[in-house]
Design a binder for this molecule. Structure first.
Ligand code: NAP
Ligand code: MG
Length: 506
């Protein structure tokens, strides 16, 4: 692929040369780092850019600037913060085509997926403007308890200080902005580290923040290896909270390093669909193909295994094959293609080892099971054994993994037999079964008669078990990024405005 070229609007973000050499955004300025690494496109594994790699000095400067400037956002009138968000939203919309184009090239996303990510980002910005009004608190009269009859309390929400956000490769723009936004709206400054595989689209957004007038030093965008920058930042006392979206392995490591810092972890999943015998099989198959294959299966809320009650399994398998025809696999830059490559060849190798293991343990392969570079063919596996790794471990690839179960009870037992507890779907039209299953599943989210899809996180989203801690969602993220302070007023009867009450004898 030819090297990346951006429009004049983004000219400060990089230095042109043999390859565009991207900078990092520290202390309100674009800074060229001394170290760099190559950005390899998932589309054809060619080098398309060079990305800055921060060192400890850069990180110290980012932490210092975030702390020294946090008052600028904390003290800004909320209505002015809202206006900034509004401008960011408009500018992202104005530059949508260019950002989508870069996202397709760096991440190998098909047009629909890349455009969908930016649509979700813009919608999230709009919804957050409404929800930011919930940053209020409450008034609690004390005379409901004999202990506090003469007291009242005000409970207020305050910003934490500096929030560190770390985001994953599958939604580099959306997940980053879903951290930046609630942080800023609730008065925190932010340091954000986008994924190394596809950070450019977020760097472009940082330029939008700068141009619309987000105060210098309240957002820092740094790039470089997560394992190097991560530990240094997470341990640092200048960081008050870590909001992380990514793999369970890294999430567990962060929990160890962070000590008593507030952390919010959105981690891996093993999205499970349960198909019962009374389900609308056509709908179930259509949704399951979509849920398994969209974004080549690289979604934390992907349907990663399908449990089908034995009596309808053969009919369901057939329906899956029919709906597979709606998907076209290939180069994501070509028209009509809706499944592109996975992020890199290493990911394809990992997916393949899971598929081959399943086949060895008795699964029937209907289609797929091969890859070239980062292109893993959409794959259908029937009758997958519970002994296979793919039955319980996160796939993160375009594989439709189908497992037969005896009945509803066995479906629940198998669904809960995973360390993950993020997402699930149940296909049935029987209310009583729905309720029994929903109550029994050890997950954070259940979708009925549809594939899980959390677009703008208008509904709260988050996992249990190894899938994380904390809730993501328009208003919920704001709660995660504020502290509650309780202010207690000790008053006399008169001061309470209840001079005639028998309760209040001075
Ligand atoms: P990852 O390998 O865990 O990386 C995520 C981010 O963490 C990247 O920015 C990475 O930087 C950084 N990182 C790596 N090691 C680190 C360390 N020791 N300390 C601090 N940061 C570190 O995950 P991924 O492969 O990008 O993303 C896929 C995973 O994310 C899947 O498991 C998926 O389920 C999960 N995910 C979860 C949700 C959710 O809402 N629950 C949403 C999306 C994705 P580098 O890129 O530089 O390595
Ligand atoms: Mg990774």
């Amino acid at each position: 692929m030819e090297k990346l070229k951006l429009s004049d609007y983004f000219s400060e973000v990089y230095e042109d040369g043999e390859y565009p050499r991207f900078k990092v955004f520290i202390d309100g300025k674009w800074v060229k780092t001394s170290e760099k690494f190559d950005l390899i496109s998932s589309v054809d594994e060619s080098k398309i850019a060079e990305i800055g790699s921060v060192n400890k000095k850069d990180l110290d400067l980012a932490i210092k600037s975030a702390n020294e400037n946090k008052h600028k956002i904390r003290d800004m009138a909320a209505i002015d913060r809202l206006e900034l968000v509004n401008k960011i939203r408009q500018e992202i919309e104005n530059h949508r085509e260019e950002i989508v184009n870069v996202l397709m090239k760096e991440a190998g996303k098909a047009y629909n997926s890349a455009n969908g990510e930016i649509t979700a980002t813009i919608e999230r910005l709009r919804l957050s403007m409404e929800d930011s009004r919930k940053i209020m608190g409450e008034y609690i009269p004390g005379d409901w308890s004999s202990d506090t009859t003469r007291k009242i309390a005000l409970v207020i929400r305050e910003p934490l200080g500096v929030v560190l956000g770390i985001s994953p490769f599958n939604y580099p723009v959306y997940t980053s902005i879903a951290k930046i936004l609630p942080a800023l709206l609730s008065g925190n400054s932010v340091i954000i580290k986008p994924p190394s595989s596809d950070p450019i689209s977020l760097l472009m957004c940082a330029e939008i923040f700068r141009k619309v007038g987000v105060p210098a030093g309240t957002i820092q965008v740094i790039t470089g290896s997560g394992s190097v920058a991560g530990d240094y930042l997470i341990e640092n006392n200048g960081i008050n909270m870590v909001s992380f979206t990514g793999s369970t392995t890294v999430g567990k490591h962060i929990a160890q390093v962070a000590g008593l810092k507030k952390i919010h972890l959105e981690l891996g999943g093993k999205g499970t669909a349960i198909i019962l015998d009374d389900a609308d099989l056509d709908l179930a198959a259509k949704e399951c193909v979509k849920g398994s294959l969209e974004l080549a299966g690289q979604r934390c809320d992907a349907i990663s295994r399908i449990l089908i009650v034995n009596s309808i399994a053969d009919r369901f398998y057939e329906k899956i094959r029919e709906h597979l025809k709606d998907y076209k696999f290939g180069n994501p830059l070509n028209n009509g293609v809706n499944i592109g490559p996975v992020i890199n060849e290493k990911a394809a190798e990992r997916i393949d080892s899971m598929v081959q293991d399943a086949i060895k343990k008795g699964a029937k392969i209907i289609t797929g099971g091969k890859y070239k570079n980062s292109y893993y063919e959409p794959t259908v596996l029937e009758d997958v054994s519970l002994e296979s790794a793919i039955a319980t471990e996160e796939t993160f690839g375009p594989v439709i993994t189908m497992i037969r179960v005896k009945d509803e009870e066995e479906a629940i037992a198998v669904a809960n037999k995973s360390n993950y507890g993020l997402d699930s779907a149940v296909f049935t039209n029987d209310f009583y079964r729905v309720w029994r299953i929903v109550k029994a599943l050890q997950v954070g989210n259940v979708t009925l008669n549809g594939a899980p899809s959390h677009g703008t996180a208008y509904f709260p989203f988050g996992g249990v078990k190894d899938s994380g801690a904390g809730k993501e969602g328009v208003g919920y993220s704001i709660e995660e990024m504020t502290n509650i302070k309780t202010i207690i007023f000790n008053l006399g009867a008169k001061d309470l405005g209840k001079p005639y009450s028998g309760l209040f004898k001075d």
